[in-house]
Design a protein around this ligand. Structure first.
Ligand SMILES: Nc1nc2c(c(=O)[nH]1)N[C@H]1C(S)=C(S)[C@@H](COP(=O)(O)O)O[C@H]1N2
Ligand SMILES: [Mo]
Length: 198
């Protein structure tokens, strides 16, 4: 006897879109190492530090003057939850990097509170990453990284730094917070790059 796949349990048909080892969640878990940071829009700044020359800094008002876009993406946490079709509003990293001259290939992302995460610069460019300030039509709550967080949906969500404060350009790839503690240096969910050596 054949049982068609659709009859087995209550499998969400969209499960087929999930990276290996992930399950769907419909709520929005909060994952923070350490305390929630309370950063006001008035005091928030975002600084890109290239290897030479002066750091380039945007205030909240500076960011609001940049072209923003709404984007709809799937997000995948290394703790195995995925959330499909999340809607955000933010400014593409391409826009910020238009003003930056750097020949280095790697970025270290910094957050208020001291969290860091590393990734290749190319993973921040070409429409792959945003500084997001709205989630689901509202300001991003403090627990989810407001007033502004990085969203890099094609990598595990630990790369999407909450309470984003800056990016430092680096000549070499160096581990950030979770990467130092054993997470994979790159973190592609489709290749299950969860831990160092995966
Ligand atoms: N500053 C900061 N950013 C962070 C984290 C953190 O602890 N501090 N946790 C990361 C991890 S492991 C995940 S899965 C996501 C969780 O985002 P959420 O709490 O909005 O779901 O944020 C990432 N960004
Ligand atoms: Mo995570």
């Amino acid at each position: 006897m054949t049982i068609s796949r659709g009859f087995v349990g209550h499998r969400d048909p969209r499960d087929v879109d999930l990276p290996p080892g992930q399950h769907l969640t419909h709520d929005f878990p909060v994952l923070t190492a350490g305390p929630t940071q309370l950063v006001s829009k008035d005091s928030w700044t975002f600084t890109i530090t290239p290897e030479s020359g002066d750091p380039i800094r945007w205030s909240w008002a500076d960011m609001m003057a940049l072209p923003a876009e709404e984007f709809n993406v799937d997000i995948h946490c290394v703790t195995r939850w995925s959330k499909l079709g999340t809607t955000w509003r933010g400014v593409s990293l391409d826009t910020f990097f238009e003003d930056v001259e750097s020949y280095y290939d790697y970025a270290m992302v910094h957050s208020y509170g001291g969290y860091t995460t590393n990734l290749p610069l190319e993973d921040l460019l070409d429409g792959k990453a945003w500084v997001a300030f709205e989630y689901d039509g509202e300001d991003i709550s403090a627990e989810h990284g407001g007033p502004a967080r990085l969203v890099v949906p094609h990598l595990y969500f630990w790369k999407s730094a909450k309470w984003l404060s800056g990016i430092t350009m680096q000549r070499f790839d160096e581990p950030g917070f979770w990467e130092t503690l054993g997470y994979h240096t790159y973190g592609d969910p489709w290749r299950e790059e969860r831990h160092h050596g995966d």
